[in-house]
Write a protein that binds this ligand. Sequence first.
Ligand code: AP5
Length: 245
Amino acid sequence: MAEETSRRIGPVVLLGPPGAGKGTQAKRIAAQYGIPHVSTGDLLRDHVQRGTALGQQAKEAMSRGDLVSDHLVCDMVKDRLRQPDCVRGSVMDGFPRTVAQARWLDMFLEREQGCGDKAFFDKSMSGKGLLIVIRLDVDYNQLLHRLTGRRTCPTCGRIYNVHIQPPCVADTCDLDGSKLVVRDDDREEVIRERLAVYERQTQPVADYYQRKGRLVTVQGDLPVDEVTDRIFRITGRVTATAEGG
Ligand code: AP5
């Protein structure tokens, strides 16, 4: 996949319920534009695995399928977005997930990266980058089917699905031969709770961006490559607008 590594991109926010394909598509956007994939789920799982103070606080909520508290997640995201590799943009997967997080992100982008609402409405600020919010829509039963079949490579992070995108050799990563794992929160009762939490707490985030005229919805139940094509059409168009094209 060709990389575009000179322009400022986004940040791109991927919204969507658990299993919508955010992680799958975020990896492709990151590779295409040479920007980092910032997954709050991956960052939190890494903290849990390392047993950090944040990991210890997050662990219980995550295993129930609940959200980790806003202030912990926003502090973690702030540290990540301040890293030098985020200077040209980033693709955010799993953040924001509450309206409070969305408001916090708007403030952060305005203050620290010059690409908040002001840049969106003031065309003279072209070149600063524009927040691109894409929601992936997928039917509930399809989400359940996807999540119960998901397998992940613990070494390279590649995502598979035993029903839809199986590896060439069962339970083995095609890229590095690692044994694939099932995520702790991909048990059916936890999946149902995560989907309910999405409806309650994250659907209002989509409404928040919709009211601002920033939300673009992509049908997420198409084949993976087709979803990627549709996303690239949006990112290409918005990026051209941001550059005054
Ligand atoms: P997180 O890791 O963000 O999980 P999630 O949002 O529940 O999303 P998933 O990773 O389950 O799904 P996805 O949309 O990335 O789908 P994927 O590409 O893997 O969060 C985990 C937990 O951390 C939360 O529950 C919470 O506790 C905490 N947390 C994280 N962020 C937080 C925040 N901001 N605030 C508070 N708490 C936070 O695809 C799924 C499957 O479908 C795969 O098997 C894939 O191969 C397959 N697939 C993908 N696309 C397609 C397609 N087009 N067609 C067919 N199959 C497909």
